[in-house]
Ligand binder design. Structure first.
Ligand SMILES: Cc1cc2nc3c(=O)[nH]c(=O)nc-3n(C[C@H](O)[C@H](O)[C@H](O)COP(=O)(O)OP(=O)(O)OC[C@H]3O[C@@H](n4cnc5c(N)ncnc54)[C@H](O)[C@@H]3O)c2cc1C
Length: 303
């Protein structure tokens, strides 16, 4: 099994930000993954690091990256996939098998496990729509959870309430004509071109969640966020809910920019935006304080 010590994680994150991690495991099968989770109970699990800000000052703990586990099996309209498969690959494989339901995953880089934890969605499709069950490790046992037991809500799942690690998941898709599925995928990609930055501009997707009945992008745009920057990072010119790191930005730059954005919206509208991006760190006191103020989920403190 692949294990790296004192590993510089920066280039594996979609933000291209991060420091040294004490120990990083890359399991290549679900059995190997469970063994690691049993021997390293404090380990934190990540997929493609496309929704996570890792501190430039690193993390003195153990993490497991799931991206080398990408087995998928098709049984008619049933699909069973490992947690580390990336959404775009799963979307393309389903399309090739004439199966509809995964078209939305074509345009963003999350793994299946990350998508389930975050309850990822796009263009009116959502990871929980076609989900039947999820195989999870709960710290001592491997158990199957039904869709209802996953407690899905907007950018929320039971994985955020307790330490529950997604190993694999089962879906029931629908038969459809391949050209029809491909057209939906193309439409998703086309829509993104104007509304979301590509990975050529390092970013981590939407920074803040939409508040009830409104859009974080609209609120941020109205207070002039598109002109805001901090150190090596700035708000994207085309959509105010994205931060771009195109000048060797650091995690502190990102958190300081988020504070400016959040404070300006709160001052104007009295609305406290809640971050969608998650944070892993622990070596930088200023960052820990900013995370508390910003209500960012600090994964280090998760039980
Ligand atoms: C350009 C761009 C566009 C994006 N567009 C969208 C979009 O349209 N819709 C959307 O919803 N998101 C979008 N995102 C955000 C991101 O891709 C999603 O949140 C995705 O679900 C994160 O998956 P990941 O594997 O990268 O997760 P990571 O960043 O690695 O982890 C995110 C969280 O999931 C947890 N996690 C990861 N794997 C597991 C597992 N196996 N078991 C339990 N917990 C796990 C981690 O602990 C962490 O808390 C976008 C991001 C980028 C960079």
């Amino acid at each position: 099994m692949l294990l790296e010590n004192n590993f510089d994680i920066k280039m594996l994150t979609s933000f291209k930000i991060g420091g040294k991690i004490k120990k990083v495991y890359f399991p290549s099968s679900v059995d190997e993954f469970v063994e690691i989770l049993k021997t390293e109970p404090e380990a934190k699990v990540f997929g493609n690091l496309s929704n996570t800000l890792i501190s430039s000052d690193g993390y003195d703990g153990v993490i497991v990256l799931t991206t080398k586990m990408y087995n998928v099996d098709f049984y008619g309209t049933r699909v069973v996939a490992d947690c580390g498969i990336k959404g775009p690959k799963l979307s393309r494989l389903a399309a090739a098998n004439g199966l509809s339901g995964f078209e939305f995953m074509i345009g963003f880089p999350g793994t299946l496990g990350g998508n389930i934890c975050m309850n990822a969605s796009a263009n009116k499709q959502c990871i929980s729509d076609k989900l039947v069950s999820v195989l999870c490790f709960d710290g001592s046992e491997v158990k199957k959870y039904t869709k209802e037991q996953m407690n899905f809500a907007y950018r929320h799942s039971v994985c955020m309430e307790k330490k529950l690690i997604v190993l694999s998941a089962e879906f029931e898709l629908e038969n459809a004509e391949i050209p029809v599925i491909k057209e939906k995928m193309d439409m998703n990609l086309h829509f993104r071109k104007g509304h979301q930055p590509s990975l050529a501009l390092p970013n981590c997707g939407s920074v803040f969640k939409n508040p009830d009945g409104d859009s974080a992008g609209r609120l941020l745009d109205s207070i002039g966020a598109k002109n805001m920057s901090s150190g090596g990072v700035h708000v994207w010119e085309n959509h105010a809910n994205f931060i771009i790191n195109d000048n060797n930005g650091t995690s502190l730059d990102v958190l300081m920019l988020m504070e400016k954005m959040s404070n300006a919206v709160e001052l104007e509208y009295g609305i406290k935006l809640k971050p969608e991006v998650r944070y892993l760190g622990g070596n930088n006191k200023i960052e820990e304080e900013l995370c508390k103020k910003l209500l960012i989920e600090s994964i280090k403190n998760q039980k």
